[in-house]
Write a protein that binds this ligand. Structure first.
Ligand code: PLP
Length: 374
């Protein structure tokens, strides 16, 4: 018998999502209005106002995905062919796709072995005269060192973009909200994130000019205040009214989602914290716990054994570092040794969910202890 004989709540089942009466009402409200396009309805603009308010930033731009939000950021940053953007090799492809779309060059800097976030020293060493921006990903909801990255970017005149897709309401060690230290912060509303509208994205900034350029890029470069004129390149990255209305309802729940995920994480840490050779995240205050990352030896063995015990686990989170994907050429194996070591052998990621009960977390802890003992 496996430790766990029925599935844990997951992001692909209604018990593992916070979709309820508020979202149902939101969808019907939009359908009944007859206006499903956010150019002409109130929901997209209201979502932006509520997001800006939640994060205390001057502007938020809603769009169709987290990848789109990052493309808005990279386009507003003025990334052009030949420009270089420094980022991490451990992230979703959506972090780098926008740089490629702009004809820019992705420069991968290595990560810190503790949490898999960008190593500021590696970022600094990767800066060249062509560098224009740094994209810092708060991996799994744990804070990248935005304090140091901010100083490095200021010193070299680079834009700092925070990829907060996994870090809704995360905070750094000093209690500063992740997504408020960069020039632009990008968020995702995809199915697997803390809150969801199926797909959707948001980009926030305090800079009115960056906000203006992002808004234009999301709407075909069309400044609707001056007729049908296209002064800049843009795509159609608009969110729909349906997605925006659902996102508004979800935004009202994100604080509770993060609070619960933190409580469950503390329970797991208390239950497995002392296990020899199993490392839990050191910086836990403010962690947003998108997934629960562990560092082990032989992550493949761990992932298989835990999954066999009914507790799903992913070895490495990614199958390979971003630059080892066939879409990239010219990035040699060994480019970022710490990232490769984590992905290939030490990083183990457990799906995490606000709907876990104490008994669920107990099952996860028991499975980990069992696999550890084997
Ligand atoms: C999910 C994710 C993205 C992309 O978001 P989509 O909404 O799926 O396009 C980008 N970066 C990170 C870190 C992510 O986790």
């Amino acid at each position: 018998m496996p430790v766990r004989d029925r599935p844990l709540p997951s992001v692909l089942d209604p018990h593992g999502r916070t979709i309820g009466a508020e979202e149902r009402e939101a969808v019907l409200r939009v359908l009944d209005s007859g206006v499903l396009c956010s150019t002409f309805g109130p929901e997209g603009r209201a979502l932006e106002a509520e997001m800006a308010q939640l994060y205390g930033r001057r502007a938020a731009v809603a769009c169709s995905s987290g990848t789109a939000a990052l493309h808005l950021a990279v386009a507003a940053a003025g990334i052009r062919p030949g420009d270089e953007v420094i980022t991490t090799p451990i992230s979703d492809f959506g972090t780098v796709a926008p740089v490629l779309a702009q004809g820019g060059r992705v420069v991968f800097a290595d990560v810190l072995p503790g949490d898999g976030n960008l190593d500021p020293d590696a970022v600094e060493a990767a800066i060249t005269p062509r560098t224009r921006a740094v994209i810092a990903v708060h991996l799994f909801g744990g804070a990248a060192d935005t304090g140091r990255l901010r100083r490095i970017c200021d010193e070299h005149g680079l834009l700092l973009i925070e990829d907060c897709a996994q870090a809704w309401l995360g905070e750094d060690a000093d209690g500063r909200l992740l997504g408020t230290l960069g020039d632009i912060a990008c968020f995702s509303l995809q199915q697997f994130k803390h809150i969801t509208a199926g797909d959707g994205g948001l980009a926030t900034t305090d800079d009115p000019e960056l906000a203006r350029r992002m808004r234009l890029f999301a709407d075909k470069g069309w400044d609707r205040t001056e007729g049908r004129v296209h002064r800049e390149m843009g795509l159609n990255y608009r969110i729909t009214e349906l997605a925006a209305a659902v996102a508004r309802a979800q935004l009202g729940k994100v604080a509770e989602v993060v609070r619960l995920r933190r409580a469950h994480a503390e329970q797991l840490v208390a239950a497995i914290g002392g296990l020899d050779g199993v490392r839990v995240p050191q910086q836990r205050a403010g962690h947003a716990w998108w997934l629960f990352p562990l560092l082990v030896e032989d992550n493949d063995r761990w992932a298989k054994a835990l999954t066999a015990e009914g507790v799903p686990a992913m070895a490495g989170y990614l199958e390979r570092t971003l630059y080892a994907n066939p879409v990239f050429t010219g990035y040699p194996a060994g480019l970022c040794p710490e990232a490769e070591r984590m992905v290939d052998s030490t990083l183990l990621a457990l799906p995490w969910n606000e709907a876990y009960t104490p008994a669920d977390v107990d099952d996860i802890a028991r499975a980990i202890r069992l696999v550890h003992a084997a």
